[in-house]
Design a protein around this ligand. Structure first.
Ligand SMILES: [Zn+2]
Length: 257
């Protein structure tokens, strides 16, 4: 039974990953996400349903368009696979609960932010609005379940908003430039709503250290000045959701040395 459920959530994750690819491709190009149907970006041939099966189609077609043989980026199946794995992890963590379904809704929005921010250094308003709306639904669910206003979630959101706004503000004053975009500041309280307060410290360490390591690496390798921060905010979000307690224990044991 458990194996069937895991497979089932993996398939849901794959489908959500497929939708994520639509978002990643269409949002920056300002194309509607529902119309027209998917087509090859090179030869414009409509992609048939049997060539649009997440993960499998790319493998069967060996990463090429059926009509013009143009290479299709491995990014598509990779996004689908990551989405599938996160969906399974969500099921294993929460079971069949409201949280699981709200997190599944959030998954394509957050994954699209990761990929689009990496490519364009920009978080779209529609992504921020969608993730904020899902955060509000989550907040209401916690409220109804606990029969009291979930103040801890509000505090988490305010703390993260405060920290990010401060870094943004100080960066502007000291370096006369933005340490990160205003989109990152607006994303912070959305992430805060979902994170338990006791994990905020771990979250900030994982997000800033991973972004700093990446930033230094690309600066050395590619002489690139600016680094997107959204992908690290979201990467750290999933790491802390699934391994927050383990990471916190690790930081405490590091402290002993
Ligand atoms: Zn083609």
């Amino acid at each position: 039974m458990e194996a069937i459920m895991i497979l089932y959530f993996f398939l849901i994750g794959l489908a959500l990953g497929s939708f994520t690819n639509v978002l990643i491709f269409r949002l920056p190009a300002s194309i509607s996400i529902v119309f027209p149907p998917s087509a090859c970006p090179k030869c414009s041939a409509r992609i048939k349903w049997y060539d649009n099966i997440p993960l499998l189609s790319w493998i069967i077609l060996r990463g090429r368009c059926r009509s013009c043989s143009t290479a299709i980026s491995p990014e598509y199946p990779i996004v689908e696979a990551i989405s599938g794995v996160i969906a399974v992890l969500l099921y294993l963590k929460y079971g069949i609960k409201g949280e699981t379904f709200i997190h599944l809704l959030l998954l394509p929005v957050f994954l699209s932010i990761v990929l689009i921010d990496f490519k364009t250094m920009f978080i779209h308003d529609s992504e921020l609005i969608a993730s904020a709306a899902i955060a509000i639904v989550y907040f209401i669910l916690v409220w109804i379940r606990g029969n009291a206003i979930p103040l801890k979630n509000i505090y988490s959101a305010l703390i993260l908003l405060g920290i990010f706004f401060l870094i943004y503000f100080l960066g502007k004053i000291i370096y006369k430039k933005e340490a990160f975009g205003s989109g990152d500041v607006l994303l912070a309280p959305v992430i805060g709503i979902f994170l338990p307060m006791e994990h905020l410290f771990t979250y900030m360490i994982v997000a800033t250290v991973s972004a700093a390591i990446y930033g230094v690496t690309v600066r050395i390798l590619h002489k690139k000045e600016s680094v997107p921060f959204g992908p690290f905010m979201i990467g750290a979000f999933y790491l802390v959701i699934f391994m927050g307690t383990e990471l916190a224990k690790m930081f405490i044991s590091l402290d002993k040395y």
